[in-house]
Design a protein around this ligand. Structure first.
Ligand SMILES: Cc1cc2nc3c(=O)[nH]c(=O)nc-3n(C[C@H](O)[C@H](O)[C@H](O)COP(=O)(O)OP(=O)(O)OC[C@H]3O[C@@H](n4cnc5c(N)ncnc54)[C@H](O)[C@@H]3O)c2cc1C
Ligand code: FES
Ligand code: FES
Length: 498
């Protein structure tokens, strides 16, 4: 199907972006590629969100967009159009601290305070999504703040504060939280009930954008695929989905050619559906969507399992499958999974659409089979009833970890006489070669075999010999070789139940 190309409209250098901040409408004239963090701090004077790393690692810049926590350093202002931004300045209301703020004070969850605005916003997003009456586990709270680093308080008190606020919310609102906080506070503690100096809304200046020349790139937001294709055919525009790779590259000084081609308005890139025997996932499907999408849970639950191990809440809410594929990092977590699922990547341009097998999508290090004028439109995962897929990721820590080794293994159980043996085995890995790979010799060692200890040992040894990892900043080749064998061994052991 060929989409009609349209003429590219002119791109204003500093268009007006309209959205609300803490309930107040604002209009900011700025290049669309300006970071939300700069708009908040420099244009609007809201300095609660802090700049720590500038690349999505520390969470100091966390704010909410439509209730979801994001790193404001990785969000271009063009993607905030029409949306509700909430910052730490908007937490306290009616001269009362937000229950979370009060709880942080009560538990001693604050020391230097650098991480605190971000922690509060991540905590707020978490508490707001709890079902009425639900009591969160410490593990759930730790996951919710795993994108936020604190170097001095220690996480125990922060977790305690969020739990306290969450329990208060479950009990029926702010009043009971304040009572709970008062009960938990040390005797004689003077608990503030007001937020001194908190802006009441009228203090938020509007339209001061453009005072600082930040050399931000422009952005265009096409409304149709035809329009997007026309910009791409004209050259120089870089597609932008969640920005969690593109804005990090920019922070590292890698310039964008002309500006961003913002994909946010192309609804077809977010659609998830069943079609012609396949689960079809739009390229702009986020990790958060993969985790909550019922069709994924039924037909390819391994994608939800993988998504849960990407970055942290801030990255999962914005990072997309298409961005992971186009970045083509050998450490990208979705890539081995898509190889193991035998997925196809459908790409499109003004010349039409074509489907590329995942196995042919990564020709060499950080290169893809995409032509410069093509967009990734969707991923097709063939439905395969009876397929089992295991996923293992080894990183340097639990959250925000780029994989040291990532492994996906797919198989189905043989029938009748072959019962108890593995069929159609696919073993795919990331971070062990310049591109994500299928381990064909290891697949051959497993094909038709039962998952016994002997088979596991042979397969692990075959894998260690088959891969060609390198030493880099995250790990050594030797460690990767050993770990790859071990995690495959465990997959076989778990399947065999021994
Ligand atoms: C703190 C942090 C932690 C991270 N953790 C992980 C992790 O655990 N595992 C992991 O795999 N990755 C991780 N990443 C990397 C990143 O989040 C993922 O690669 C993500 O999937 C990128 O998607 P995006 O939508 O943000 O891409 P963008 O940044 O928007 O785009 C990335 C690239 O893809 C191109 N692109 C995007 N969409 C399309 C499309 N539809 N068609 C053509 N080209 C397109 C862009 O032009 C750009 O070159 C992490 C990043 C950060 C900052
Ligand atoms: S400044 Fe560290 S995540 Fe944004
Ligand atoms: S309170 Fe100092 S970094 Fe968390």
């Amino acid at each position: 199907m060929t989409a009609p190309a349209t003429r590219s409209p002119a791109v204003p250098t500093a268009p007006a972006h309209r959205f609300t901040v803490n309930g107040r409408p604002v209009e900011v004239a700025a290049p669309g590629g300006r970071r939300l963090l700069d708009v908040l701090r420099l244009d609007l004077g809201l300095t609660g969100a802090k700049e720590g790393c500038g690349e999505g690692e520390c969470g100091a810049c966390s704010v909410l967009i439509d209730g979801a926590v994001v790193d404001a350093c990785l969000v271009p202002v063009c993607q905030v159009e029409g949306r509700e931004v909430r910052t730490v300045e908007g937490l306290a209301t009616d001269d009362r601290l937000d229950p979370l703020q009060a709880a942080f004070l009560a538990t001693g969850g604050v020391q230097c305070g650098i991480c605190t605005p971000g922690m509060l916003m991540a905590g707020r997003a978490f508490v707001d999504t709890l079902a009425p009456g639900a009591a969160p586990t410490d593990a759930a709270i730790r996951e919710a703040i795993s994108g936020n680093l604190c170097r001095c308080t220690g996480y125990g008190r922060i977790v305690e504060a969020i739990r306290l606020a969450a329990e208060g919310a479950a009990d029926g609102g702010a009043e009971s939280v304040h009572a709970a906080v008062a009960a938990a506070a040390p005797a004689g503690a003077d608990l503030p009930t007001a937020a001194p100096g908190a802006p009441d809304g009228s203090a938020v200046p509007v339209g001061r954008a453009g005072l600082l020349d930040l050399d931000d790139p422009p952005a265009i937001t096409p409304r149709t695929l035809g329009e997007a294709y026309a910009f791409l055919a004209g050259g120089g525009w870089r597609p932008l989905a969640g920005g969690t790779d593109a804005l990090v590259e920019r922070a590292a000084g890698i310039p964008d050619p002309r500006g961003y081609l913002d994909l946010a308005a192309l609804a077809e890139l977010r659609a998830v559906r069943l079609e012609d025997g396949a689960l079809v996932l739009g390229a702009a499907t986020t990790y958060a969507a993969l985790r909550r999408e019922p069709l994924v849970a039924v037909h390819a639950p391994v994608l939800a399992e993988m998504a849960a191990q990407v970055g942290a809440a801030q990255i999962q809410g914005r990072g997309t499958l298409g961005g992971n594929l186009a970045t083509a990092s050998p450490a990208g977590d979705s890539l081995p999974v898509l190889l193991a699922l035998d997925a196809e990547i459908v790409v499109g341009s003004a010349r039409g659409e074509r489907a590329i097998p995942a196995a042919a999508f990564f020709p060499s290090y950080r290169r893809t089979a995409l032509a410069p004028d093509e967009l990734i439109l969707r991923v097709r995962v063939p439905l395969a009833p009876g397929r089992t897929v295991a996923f293992r990721k080894v990183g340097t820590r639990r959250a925000q970890a780029i994989s040291v080794v990532v492994l996906a293994v797919a198989w189905r159980w043989g029938a009748d006489a072959a019962r108890g043996t593995w069929r159609d085995v696919r073993v795919a890995l990331g971070s062990v070669a310049p591109t994500p790979i299928r381990a064909r010799a290891t697949e051959a060692a497993l094909e038709g075999a039962p998952p016994t200890a002997e088979v596991a040992a042979v397969a692990a040894a075959t894998l260690a010999a088959e891969i060609a990892p390198i030493d880099d900043v995250r790990s050594t080749a030797e460690y990767r070789r050993v770990v790859a064998g071990r995690i495959l061994h465990r997959v076989v052991r778990d399947a065999g139940g021994w």
